[in-house]
Design a binder for this molecule. Structure first.
Ligand code: ZN
Length: 153
Protein backbone atom coordinates (compact mmCIF):
# COMPACT_ATOMS: atom_id res chain seq x y z
CA UNK A 1 0.00 0.00 0.00
CA UNK A 2 1.46 3.41 -0.93
CA UNK A 3 2.32 5.74 1.90
CA UNK A 4 -0.42 8.14 2.95
CA UNK A 5 -3.31 6.33 1.35
CA UNK A 6 -4.61 4.51 4.42
CA UNK A 7 -6.58 1.28 4.49
CA UNK A 8 -9.16 2.43 1.96
CA UNK A 9 -6.53 3.19 -0.69
CA UNK A 10 -7.96 6.69 -1.18
CA UNK A 11 -5.62 9.64 -1.18
CA UNK A 12 -7.81 11.96 0.90
CA UNK A 13 -11.32 13.18 1.63
CA UNK A 14 -13.64 13.36 -1.29
CA UNK A 15 -16.26 15.90 -2.08
CA UNK A 16 -19.49 14.88 -3.65
CA UNK A 17 -20.07 16.22 -7.14
CA UNK A 18 -23.02 18.26 -5.87
CA UNK A 19 -20.78 19.97 -3.33
CA UNK A 20 -18.36 21.02 -6.06
CA UNK A 21 -21.31 22.23 -8.11
CA UNK A 22 -22.51 24.16 -5.07
CA UNK A 23 -19.19 25.91 -4.68
CA UNK A 24 -19.18 26.92 -8.33
CA UNK A 25 -22.79 28.08 -8.19
CA UNK A 26 -22.35 30.06 -4.99
CA UNK A 27 -19.46 31.90 -6.56
CA UNK A 28 -21.81 33.09 -9.29
CA UNK A 29 -24.68 33.84 -6.90
CA UNK A 30 -22.43 35.89 -4.65
CA UNK A 31 -22.34 38.68 -7.24
CA UNK A 32 -24.65 41.66 -6.69
CA UNK A 33 -28.03 41.14 -8.40
CA UNK A 34 -27.44 43.86 -11.00
CA UNK A 35 -24.11 42.41 -12.08
CA UNK A 36 -23.80 40.51 -15.32
CA UNK A 37 -21.46 37.57 -15.19
CA UNK A 38 -19.96 35.15 -17.64
CA UNK A 39 -19.72 31.46 -16.97
CA UNK A 40 -16.33 29.94 -17.69
CA UNK A 41 -17.61 26.40 -17.97
CA UNK A 42 -18.57 25.26 -21.42
CA UNK A 43 -22.30 24.84 -21.86
CA UNK A 44 -23.97 21.91 -23.50
CA UNK A 45 -25.62 24.29 -25.94
CA UNK A 46 -23.26 26.76 -27.54
CA UNK A 47 -25.83 28.51 -29.71
CA UNK A 48 -29.09 28.06 -27.83
CA UNK A 49 -32.46 28.72 -29.36
CA UNK A 50 -33.89 31.43 -27.12
CA UNK A 51 -37.60 31.26 -26.30
CA UNK A 52 -39.00 34.77 -25.88
CA UNK A 53 -42.65 33.83 -25.54
CA UNK A 54 -42.88 31.09 -22.86
CA UNK A 55 -43.12 31.88 -19.17
CA UNK A 56 -43.85 29.67 -16.24
CA UNK A 57 -46.96 30.52 -14.25
CA UNK A 58 -45.21 29.59 -11.00
CA UNK A 59 -42.30 32.03 -11.29
CA UNK A 60 -39.04 32.71 -13.06
CA UNK A 61 -37.32 29.86 -11.20
CA UNK A 62 -39.55 27.27 -12.88
CA UNK A 63 -38.87 26.05 -16.41
CA UNK A 64 -41.88 26.41 -18.75
CA UNK A 65 -40.56 23.46 -20.78
CA UNK A 66 -39.83 20.76 -18.16
CA UNK A 67 -41.07 22.31 -14.85
CA UNK A 68 -37.62 22.08 -13.26
CA UNK A 69 -37.20 24.59 -10.44
CA UNK A 70 -33.52 25.18 -11.20
CA UNK A 71 -33.80 27.90 -13.85
CA UNK A 72 -30.77 30.16 -13.64
CA UNK A 73 -30.26 33.78 -14.58
CA UNK A 74 -27.64 34.09 -17.31
CA UNK A 75 -27.68 37.81 -18.04
CA UNK A 76 -29.71 40.74 -16.79
CA UNK A 77 -29.89 44.51 -16.98
CA UNK A 78 -32.36 47.27 -16.18
CA UNK A 79 -34.96 47.84 -18.84
CA UNK A 80 -36.69 51.06 -17.88
CA UNK A 81 -38.42 52.01 -14.65
CA UNK A 82 -38.95 48.97 -12.42
CA UNK A 83 -38.33 46.50 -15.24
CA UNK A 84 -35.52 44.04 -15.88
CA UNK A 85 -34.43 42.30 -19.05
CA UNK A 86 -33.39 38.78 -18.02
CA UNK A 87 -31.96 35.84 -19.95
CA UNK A 88 -32.72 32.51 -18.30
CA UNK A 89 -31.46 28.97 -18.74
CA UNK A 90 -32.76 25.63 -17.50
CA UNK A 91 -29.87 23.25 -16.71
CA UNK A 92 -32.15 20.21 -16.87
CA UNK A 93 -33.51 20.55 -20.43
CA UNK A 94 -31.37 23.38 -21.90
CA UNK A 95 -34.39 25.64 -22.37
CA UNK A 96 -33.29 29.24 -22.82
CA UNK A 97 -35.67 32.11 -22.27
CA UNK A 98 -35.56 35.85 -22.51
CA UNK A 99 -37.96 38.50 -21.35
CA UNK A 100 -38.69 41.71 -19.51
CA UNK A 101 -39.88 41.18 -15.95
CA UNK A 102 -41.33 43.52 -13.33
CA UNK A 103 -39.34 44.36 -10.21
CA UNK A 104 -41.69 42.32 -7.97
CA UNK A 105 -41.29 39.23 -10.13
CA UNK A 106 -37.50 39.62 -10.09
CA UNK A 107 -37.56 40.10 -6.30
CA UNK A 108 -39.51 36.83 -5.85
CA UNK A 109 -37.02 35.09 -8.16
CA UNK A 110 -34.14 36.50 -6.10
CA UNK A 111 -35.75 35.09 -2.95
CA UNK A 112 -36.06 31.67 -4.64
CA UNK A 113 -32.39 31.80 -5.62
CA UNK A 114 -31.47 32.67 -2.02
CA UNK A 115 -33.62 29.79 -0.75
CA UNK A 116 -31.92 27.43 -3.22
CA UNK A 117 -28.47 28.63 -2.20
CA UNK A 118 -29.35 28.03 1.45
CA UNK A 119 -30.59 24.52 0.64
CA UNK A 120 -27.32 23.81 -1.16
CA UNK A 121 -25.32 25.13 1.81
CA UNK A 122 -27.30 22.83 4.10
CA UNK A 123 -26.57 19.90 1.77
CA UNK A 124 -22.88 20.83 1.64
CA UNK A 125 -22.69 20.79 5.43
CA UNK A 126 -24.43 17.40 5.57
CA UNK A 127 -22.19 15.90 2.87
CA UNK A 128 -19.06 17.31 4.51
CA UNK A 129 -20.09 15.93 7.91
CA UNK A 130 -20.92 12.52 6.42
CA UNK A 131 -17.55 12.41 4.61
CA UNK A 132 -15.67 13.32 7.78
CA UNK A 133 -17.54 10.69 9.79
CA UNK A 134 -16.86 8.12 7.07
CA UNK A 135 -13.16 9.00 7.04
CA UNK A 136 -12.97 8.76 10.84
CA UNK A 137 -14.74 5.38 10.83
CA UNK A 138 -12.42 4.03 8.13
CA UNK A 139 -9.36 5.33 9.94
CA UNK A 140 -10.51 3.76 13.22
CA UNK A 141 -11.24 0.45 11.46
CA UNK A 142 -7.82 0.52 9.81
CA UNK A 143 -6.14 1.18 13.17
CA UNK A 144 -8.13 -1.59 14.84
CA UNK A 145 -7.08 -4.14 12.23
CA UNK A 146 -3.43 -3.05 12.10
CA UNK A 147 -3.78 -1.93 8.49
CA UNK A 148 -1.99 1.31 9.24
CA UNK A 149 1.66 0.85 10.05
CA UNK A 150 4.37 3.34 11.04
CA UNK A 151 5.85 3.13 7.56
CA UNK A 152 2.57 4.50 6.15
CA UNK A 153 3.58 7.92 7.49
ZN1 ZN B 1 -36.27 22.76 -18.30
Amino acid sequence: MPAGTGASGRAGPRLATSAVYLLLRLKVLALPPDTCCEMKAQRKTLNPKVDESSRSKTGMHTCPSCSSELVQPVRWFEHGEGQWHVDLRCPDCEWWGRGVYAQGEVDRYDEELDRGAQALMDDLRSVTQANMEDEADRFAAALATDCILPEDF
